[in-house]
Design a binder for this molecule. Sequence first.
Ligand SMILES: Nc1nc2c(ncn2[C@@H]2O[C@H](COP(=O)(O)OP(=O)(O)OP(=O)(O)O)[C@@H](O)[C@H]2O)c(=O)[nH]1
Ligand SMILES: [Mg+2]
Length: 304
Amino acid sequence: MGGPNGGDGGRGGSIFCEADENVNTLIDFRFVKNYRAQRGENGKGSDCYGAGGSDLILKVPVGTLITEKQSGQIFADFNEHGIKVLLAKGGKGGLGNIHFKSSTNRAPRQFTEGDPGQEFELYLELKVLADVGLLGMPNAGKSSLIRQVSAAKPKVANYPFTTLQPNLGVVKVYEQKSFVMADIPGLIEGASDGHGLGHQFLRHLSRTKILLHLVDSAPYDEKIDPVEDIKKIISELKKYDEALFKKPRWLILNKIDLVDDIDHLKDRIIKELEWDAPIFEISAINGEGCKSLSRKIMEYIDSI
Ligand SMILES: Nc1nc2c(ncn2[C@@H]2O[C@H](COP(=O)(O)OP(=O)(O)OP(=O)(O)O)[C@@H](O)[C@H]2O)c(=O)[nH]1
Ligand SMILES: [Mg+2]
């Protein structure tokens, strides 16, 4: 009755992921965890092929890193707006029986099944993209500095661990010229063993260009020696990651409004720590030294 006329099944849709600067968080992925592109339609009689399933495009913020859950291998790195990567390819549609007709096989019953699409379990992580990372003990004044030099207004308070989540601030140095600064929770001795809030927040600094190590030059408790505090932070940094430790790092002596003889502290640092990188003196509260620090950072970023 007119011969074989079963068309092919449609191809299944594929899943792509695309970095989009208008997306800021991965929050949507917290609620919906399974993504499936549309299946291809079945082939039909009268030589009709099934329609292909449409692709699914997942939008993620710039800075998202996708790793395969089991192996931990990096699947894709969305470090720039517009990067689009195929995550899982849709399956091919099966062949309908019209493919099998021939002069000797006039009423073929053969067909092939479609292939299943690819399937993966992936882990999405958003890495903060900042040019400059702040590092230091709790209460050193990291959040105060970001408040002073940017429009970001993280909470500042006179107790340790005020900051529980990283904050970003845009520091506008000149018209059309700015950099991004990241404020993270304070570190303490033993952070690598989980003391305080641990040292996991340091991963947010992995892509910065320079680290600013903030030091409280006038600790409330007289038994605390700022030079010893600096050593503790350096040691935690080294334990966390050698690469982060090797990043350019400047020392920022903060709270100079409370210190009579800052040169004395500076001399000790240079001698006792054999410090040869830049040292700045600022007051994050009254702004002293902050503008010129921002300019120096901008110059440095432009020079690399
Ligand atoms: N006098 C003076 N006080 C400062 C200065 N900078 C910060 N402080 C005070 O020091 C305290 C801690 O400041 P924060 O900016 O919250 O310190 P932080 O490093 O962000 O602390 P955590 O988030 O807990 O790690 C607050 O009471 C600030 O007002 C400064 O330059 N001079
Ligand atoms: Mg803080």
